[in-house]
Write a protein that binds this ligand. Structure first.
Ligand SMILES: Cc1ncc(COP(=O)(O)O)c(C=O)c1O
Length: 311
């Protein structure tokens, strides 16, 4: 019989589940994969913690009591592929987490995906900073067996996360209770124009580039490429001045963040000097959709005034 209305509840789905935040989604992945045995996670060696928010990446790892190891990152926070291969070859890795820091991915995800497939390792993409959901031809967030997102880092909501399943052969249970996204956040998510938000963030990013590219006291971490949607404008501050600049801007009503100024204590500066060097220099300037060109010019002035005052 021909049905007069659609009846297949499973077809044409995007594989999304809506959670209270990104760490809940990540914890849900870890917990679900740990049901039969204790899993070993391979994590990137750039993970921070602060007193207010804890560690979005590492707290779920501790909560579900897994084994873990770290792999090295390069100066642009891309994956050190040789180190990743060496660690995978040890044979005990079950899950690899790749983080697209600040919305940028300069790793070859096709290579990483193949490595994971060939070695029967589950790949998870942390897209907490890389909100590519709703994009036509979305690429980032589709490499992993799973990816997860932080809605409140992208939209003006107090909470919200998304878990995306790309490998339908691994079924995760639904979120329940307070792990679910709040209804008002879901409304905001459904009602947001992601293309427009991405456009504003990209425009803001380019505006910073134009005004900061000749500043010798700092290094712009990434040139904006066609597929990038920036979460912030990350710069490296030279000559050990990051801390002072951060407080100078704060005192002048220009709060910024430094992701991550303090690393988790499980990471050692001897094993991962590149990560610690980034941590000492990083400063993230706002590019969000409620920032405009005059805000950016103020920040640029603030930064210039600071360097003039220390010279
Ligand atoms: C890279 C990264 N992943 C995951 C998280 C967790 O995000 P949420 O605050 O939505 O749990 C954060 C932030 O804490 C983060 O910076």
């Amino acid at each position: 019989m021909i049905s007069k209305s659609a009846y297949n509840t499973k077809a044409n789905k995007l594989g999304l589940q809506f959670s209270s935040n990104a760490r809940t989604a990540w914890g849900h992945i870890i917990n679900s994969l740990s049901k039969d045995k204790k899993v070993t996670l391979l994590l990137p060696a750039y993970i921070g913690r602060n007193d207010k928010e804890g560690s979005g990446i590492f707290d779920p790892v501790l909560e579900y009591d897994t084994n873990y190891e770290f792999y090295k990152l390069n100066e642009d926070l891309s994956v050190d592929i040789l180190d990743l291969i060496n660690k995978i070859k040890s044979g005990c890795i079950d899950v690899i987490l790749v983080v697209h820091y600040f919305g940028f991915c300069r790793s070859d995800m096709n290579v990483i995906q193949k490595l994971c497939k060939d070695n029967h390792v589950i790949l998870v993409e942390d897209c907490a900073h890389a909100f590519h959901l709703g994009r036509t031809n979305q690429v980032l967030g589709n490499y992993g067996d799973f990816s997860f997102y932080s809605v409140h880092k992208y939209l003006a909501t107090a909470s919200g996360g998304v878990l995306k399943t790309n490998n339908p052969s691994i079924k995760l249970p639904n979120f329940d209770g307070d792990k679910k996204m709040e209804y008002t956040v879901l409304e905001s998510y459904s009602n947001s124009n992601f293309q427009e938000i991405a456009r504003i963030r990209r425009d803001n990013y380019l505006f910073y580039c134009k005004h900061l590219k000749t500043n010798n006291h700092l290094e712009i971490m990434f040139n904006l490429e066609v597929d990038d949607i920036p979460q912030t404008f990350p710069i490296k501050i030279k000559n050990g001045l990051r801390e002072r600049l951060y407080f100078f801007l704060l005192e002048n009503d220009m709060p910024t963040v430094a992701l991550y100024y303090r690393m988790i204590e499980e990471l050692s500066s001897v094993d991962f000097p590149t990560s610690f060097a980034i941590s000492d220099q990083i400063l993230n300037l706002p590019v969000h959709q409620d920032t405009n060109e005059s805000d950016i010019l103020k920040l640029v002035d603030g930064i210039n005034n600071f360097f003039n005052s220390v010279n």
